[in-house]
Each structure stands twice: as C-alpha cells, then as structure tokens.
Design a protein around this ligand. Structure first.
Ligand code: FAD
Length: 283
C-alpha cells in the first residue's frame, strides 16, 4: 500500500465536566495515531450547538486538527452563516456538512431541506475556505424513497461542491465496494472513507443500528446476543470482527477509516494497533 490511509476519529460533545476532562485524555491517546482530523457531532438546538463549538475549540487547543459537523435541520441560514464565520475566524478548515435529524418534539426543518443545499450554501458564503465532507450510505439511507434516487442524491452533494465523504458505519465490505463502483460509474472520484463502529456494548449497537439503517449481519447479531452481559467476550469478538473488516477495506483500496469512537479510546486504539501490526501503514 503506497499512500497513507487517512484516519479520523469522531466525538460527540460531552455534557458533564467529567466527560469534558475524559475527552481530553481520550483525544490525546488517539492523537498517537496521527489522525487527519477529529470530528465533532452537531445537534439541532441551542445548548447542543454551544457544546459542539466548545468541544471543537478544546480539541484545537490540544493542537489537534478538528472538523466540526454542521447540520441544517432546525437551523436558520442566518445562524448557519454565523457558525461558519465563527469557525473560519478560529482557523477551522474542514467541516462535515449534513442535513441532520430533527430531535423528537422539534417540528421545523429549517430553511435548507437537504445536505446538498447546505453544501451550496457553505460554498456561497465562504468560497473554497472549507474542505467539505458529506455523509454516504452504502446500505441506503433509511428515509430514501429507493436505492437509485439515494445514490443520485449522494452524487448531487458531491456535485454541489463536497470534497470527500464518510459513510454510515457498516459491517460489510461488499456494500462499501459496491457503493464505490456505483458512484464511480456516475462520475464521482472523491475519497469516500468507510465509517467504522468498534462495538463495545451490544445493546447500544443494536439500538443505534435500528435507528440509522446500518445492517448488522445476522451471524454478528446472534453471536453478540449469545454473550449476554459477558463484556469480555463481546469485546474480544468485536475486536476480531471489526479489525478484520478494517484490514479488508484497506487492502481493497479504501482511502482511510473514520472511527465512531463514542468518546472512548480503548477499542479504537486496539484496532489501529492491530492494523499497524499487519503493516497497513495507517500511522
Ligand atoms: P441528505 O444527504 O440530505 O439525505 C437525507 C435523505 O434525503 C436521503 O434519504 C436522501 O436520499 C434524500 N434526499 C437528499 N436530497 C434530496 C432531494 N433533493 N430530493 C429528495 N430527497 C433527497 N446527524 C446529526 O444530527 N448530527 C451529526 O453531527 C451527524 N453526523 C453524521 C456523520 C456521518 C459521517 C453520518 C454518516 C451521519 C451523521 N449524522 C449526523 C446523521 C445524519 O444527519 C442523518 O443520517 C440524516 O438523516 C441524513 O443526513 P444527510 O446529510 O445524509 O442528508
């Protein structure tokens, strides 16, 4: 493998002081892997948004490259503009642009309806200042009317000015490589980095996957359920499954890996070290 794959780690804004302190330690532990960036999720609603900015700045203060997520649901164009200008003033150069999901009880979509419109808006407001990442769904977005229109909507985001993409987490390298083939046939040549979820809690992953449309193969689900509360076996099995998946993706030509860390370092680091031991050149 000649080019170093791009590794990135995703965090969510911690709510408590303890969580904030812990995130600093997690960030520094993962920094050893020399990631391309740490990304920070964004939620619709005032306090969550403040939390995103504070987390972004705290990572920047640790001297690490950071990419805030920005979603357009529930956020007006005036607010989006304010956030963009604030990130630009702080010297942030990369964003993950999303539509987002409305939290239950929040009925308003905002002025922009789709992520492609947000990408256009960012380009209109700030030109080429930001490197823009968008989301991709090799296993189809759960609200898509059909697979072909979902693929075309993804292509629209790239044509609107996105530079690269990160996929929803997946456990099937076939779904990823099929998606790459399909997008290339439609003229997409930007890097599309697979999203990786190191499983640490089987109840949590089953619940998440139900909501976001990520497919957990039956054999993985059955094995996880059979371990019950035996966390040691869950960790061991998940490490093996997820590190094999990462190795397959990189060997097959994936341009990097984006880890959904859930603000923890242990499982992700263990996988990264395994990939290094297999000479996969990620560090
Ligand atoms: P879009 O690309 O706008 O697509 C949403 C749906 O609309 C799809 O079904 C698509 O096919 C359809 N669509 C798109 N354009 C059109 C059109 N012109 N006409 C008709 N239909 C159309 N959520 C958060 O709230 N905060 C985060 O920080 C966050 N980070 C994420 C990071 C990654 C890497 C990923 C993969 C997801 C993340 N999400 C986050 C979740 C994401 O917001 C949801 O999956 C959301 O439902 C879709 O966002 P999107 O940007 O993919 O939307």
């Amino acid at each position: 493998m000649s080019r170093k794959p791009s590794i990135s780690f995703e965090f969510f804004p911690p709510k408590t002081e303890e969580g904030k302190n812990k995130l600093g330690r997690v960030c520094m532990a993962l920094a050893d892997m020399r990631p391309a960036f740490f990304s920070v999720t964004f939620g619709a609603g005032g306090t969550t948004q403040q939390g995103s900015l504070a987390t972004v700045l705290s990572i920047q203060q640790l001297g690490q490259p950071v990419a805030p997520h920005l979603s357009c649901v529930g956020t007006s164009c005036a607010q989006l503009k304010e956030i963009l200008l604030s990130y630009r003033e702080h010297g942030i150069r990369r964003l993950v642009a999303l539509r987002g999901d409305l939290p239950s009880g929040m009925g308003q979509y905002g002025e922009l309806r789709y992520a492609s419109q947000l990408v256009e808006f960012i380009r209109e407001q700030t030109g080429d200042w930001f490197h823009i990442e968008v989301a991709a769904y090799p296993e189809i977005h759960p609200q898509a009317s059909n697979p072909q229109s979902d693929l075309e909507n993804f292509v629209r985001k790239i044509k609107s000015g996105a530079n690269s993409a990160i996929t929803q987490y997946l456990f099937s390298s076939d779904a990823y490589f099929r998606f790459i083939d399909d997008t290339q046939k439609l003229g997409v040549n930007v890097p599309i980095v697979p999203g990786i979820m190191p499983i640490t809690n089987s109840h949590q992953i089953l619940r998440f996957s139900e909501n976001c449309g990520a497919d957990i193969p039956r054999w993985i689900k059955q094995r996880l359920q059979s371990y019950g509360d035996d966390m040691e076996s869950i960790r061991e099995f998940s490490f093996e499954v997820v590190s094999n998946l990462c190795a397959q993706l990189l060997r097959g030509g994936a341009p990097g890996l984006h880890f959904y860390t859930l603000n923890k370092s242990e499982a992700t680091l263990k996988i990264c070290k395994e990939l290094i031991s297999q000479q996969l050149n990620i560090n």
